[in-house]
Design a protein. Structure first.
Lengths: 222, 404
């Protein structure tokens, strides 16, 4: 499903060169739930951003769903993200000016041929999946951390992406809420067969996934 | 927009003040050049207001005398109607107060070429002009001044020591127009009239209403008439200058006083508009860069979920145009007060002549121009910040746009 070959990411400044990712080769299968672990600054979020086509690698090839995506134009990358990928961020990144349902609808705004009514219907379905159908008119700042993250998950899954990329999705939540969010992702992986790649610091959460990839200083260590 | 109140207020203030200035400016020009009532025939009416006399290698420019006009242009074939007029002034003493009034000496054709709305009575006709009848048509403001709310017809007003009977009351013309006056009387009552056969120079103007829209025909006929008639004046040659209101404006605002130069006028008007808009537009660009910069996270989120740069530019520019239109509407409202303030300011310079408070009228044309200016301002001030933001790196945008 996701094939990273020889991925390299180097940050250049006028004086120094920092290697964030050093020749990474990872293969993630369709329907797999993978956790990426490692200390802060080891390059795991950078890797997730590269997998999510939000950042470009300095070198190497990315293949997703048998398509080589490294050389796609900005516009095609945007379309690819919209159709194939869903993101869950540690700090939720909900738009505070939009209601819960409008936040959830957002990915479908950039998909052609979907009417407003259809968007609303699918947003309600997604919110039902995450157990928040009673909060559609609320605004993000009226919700708890766990609820916000569930809204973010609803937004990530509304477009039925094949891959979910989660960057420390439970990082800002207490253990009970974290557990709730983790169970939701496990459910999505199991019932919908969604491929999930999750960056986490939490070993307990990581153990619930099918595979753990360990990172250290920009390199895969296991 | 509502959450960033400071930027919204600042943006609206900038836009509304800019649109206010543009609207007053446009309204002023519209009244000078457009075919607004009562000057519905402006597009095919030439104003002959200058005659150049060439004699012994010297050129003298002046307004023509009425005798010169009557002898030389009366027989024009390409015109439907010709009217002569001159504008003077008279002072009235009422309730211990001195007030100045604009006085126009004219003829019966003046009322055919123009389309004044008569609130009371009627215009003067050929017989009254021929007989030098002391009759007057006054405008609403003058009626209110002399007679308050009571009917004016049949009453008299003192003009230069003589009594004139009011036979009509009209809605006023634009005070910026050549045909504006407080009082209109037959030119035959003008005691200063030049009746000598040889006088070319005088104080009179002529309104020439062309038969067709082709004004070149009238000018060509005028030129050929002048060739024949210049012997009468005793000059080597004589040239008359006849232009429409738009042409008058074009020549007065360009460097050549003889012929209208639309190109130069358009450039001058364009420069004035750009100057009005440039500084606010630059300020708005800066405000927008900051305002949109505060939405970097939102832009990062939208990009993550598939928004292209085009989607974002479109969204941000539309948002900016909406805010510009709101500011424009406020500016339009403010322009009404600003124009009154301007009239008040202008009136302080001359205690005798008072410009009416409703001198600036916002026509549909001005409204359209104002709308166009809003859109232009919205585009100018919105496109660059939107484009800049849309190109922002997603990762940095998600972190709040620290690389701006």
């Amino acid at each position: 499903m996701i094939q990273l070959s020889n991925i390299e990411k180097i940050y250049h400044t006028t004086t120094i060169e920092t290697i964030a990712l050093n020749h990474i080769n990872i293969s993630i299968n369709k329907g797999e739930f993978v956790a990426i672990m490692g200390p802060s600054g080891c390059g795991k979020s950078t890797l997730l951003n590269i997998m999510g086509l939000l950042d470009a690698p300095t070198g190497g090839l990315i293949t997703i769903d048998d398509q080589q995506v490294s050389s796609l134009s900005r516009k095609k990358l945007a379309l690819f993200r919209n159709l194939k990928l869903g993101f869950i961020f540690q700090s939720y990144h909900l738009i505070n000016d939009l209601s819960v349902i409008d936040n959830v609808e957002l990915p479908l705004l950039y998909r052609k041929g979907i009417s407003g009514a259809e968007r609303r219907k699918r947003a309600l379905e997604a919110l039902e999946k995450v157990g928040l159908s009673a909060r559609t008119k609320h605004y993000p700042n009226q919700l708890s951390g766990g609820q916000r993250q569930r809204v973010a998950i609803a937004r990530a899954i509304i477009g039925n992406p094949e891959i979910l990329l989660a960057d420390e999705p439970t990082g800002n939540l207490d253990s009970a809420m974290g557990e709730e969010v983790m169970n939701l992702m496990l459910h999505l992986n199991k019932t919908d067969g969604t491929t999930i790649v999750m960056v986490t610091h939490d070993e307990q959460m990581a153990k619930k996934t099918q595979r753990i990839i360990h990172f250290f200083d920009g390199q895969q260590v296991s | 927009m509502l959450r960033k109140k400071y930027y919204t207020v600042l943006t609206l203030l900038g836009i509304s003040l800019t649109i206010m200035v543009i609207t007053v400016f446009a309204s002023f020009i519209d009244q000078i050049v457009s075919a607004n009532p009562p000057e519905i025939n402006r597009d095919k009416t030439l104003i002959l207001d200058k005659v150049s006399v060439y004699k012994d290698g010297k050129k003298t420019d002046a307004a023509p005398s009425i005798s010169f006009l009557q002898k030389n242009i009366q027989q024009l074939q390409s015109t439907e109607s010709i009217s002569y007029f001159t504008t003077r002034e008279f002072i009235s003493f009422l309730h211990g107060k001195t007030t100045g009034h604009a006085l126009k000496f004219t003829d019966e054709n003046f009322w055919k070429i123009t389309d004044f709305e008569f609130i009371e009575g009627k215009a003067f006709h050929l017989n009254e002009v021929k007989n030098g009848a002391r009759v007057a048509v006054i405008n609403e403001k003058t009626k209110a001044y002399f007679f308050n709310d009571s009917e004016a017809l049949g009453k008299t007003i003192p003009i230069q020591g003589l009594s004139f009977t009011v036979i009509g009351v009209v809605k006023p013309a634009s005070p910026f127009s050549k045909i504006y006056s407080d009082v209109y009387v037959p030119y035959t009552t003008d005691i200063n009239i030049q009746l000598t056969d040889k006088a070319v120079e005088g104080t009179y103007n002529a309104l020439l209403l062309a038969k067709t829209d082709d004004l070149r025909k009238v000018r060509a006929e005028l030129r050929s008439l002048m060739k024949i008639k210049n012997r009468v004046s005793g000059a080597d040659s004589v040239k008359v200058h006849a232009f429409t209101a738009l042409e008058q404006f074009s020549k007065s605002s360009s460097f050549n006083d003889d012929e209208p130069e639309y190109g130069k006028t358009a450039i001058v008007v364009g420069i004035v508009l750009v100057l009005f808009m440039l500084i606010p537009a630059i300020s708005l660009v800066n405000i927008n860069v900051t305002r949109i910069g505060e939405r970097a996270e939102e832009i990062g989120v939208r990009k993550s979920f598939g928004a292209t740069s085009g989607n974002l530019v479109k969204q941000l520019v539309i948002e900016n145009i909406i805010i510009t239109l709101i500011g424009g509407l406020i500016g339009l409202g403010l322009s009404v007060y600003a124009s009154q303030l301007l009239v008040h300011f202008v009136n302080t310079f001359d205690p005798l002549f008072k410009m009416p408070a409703d001198s600036f009228v916002i026509s549909w044309r001005v409204f359209g121009f104002c709308l166009f200016s809003c859109l232009l301002l919205g585009l100018i001030s919105g496109v660059y910040p939107a484009w800049k933001m849309s190109r922002m790196n997603v990762i940095y945008a998600l972190k709040g746009g620290n690389n701006l």
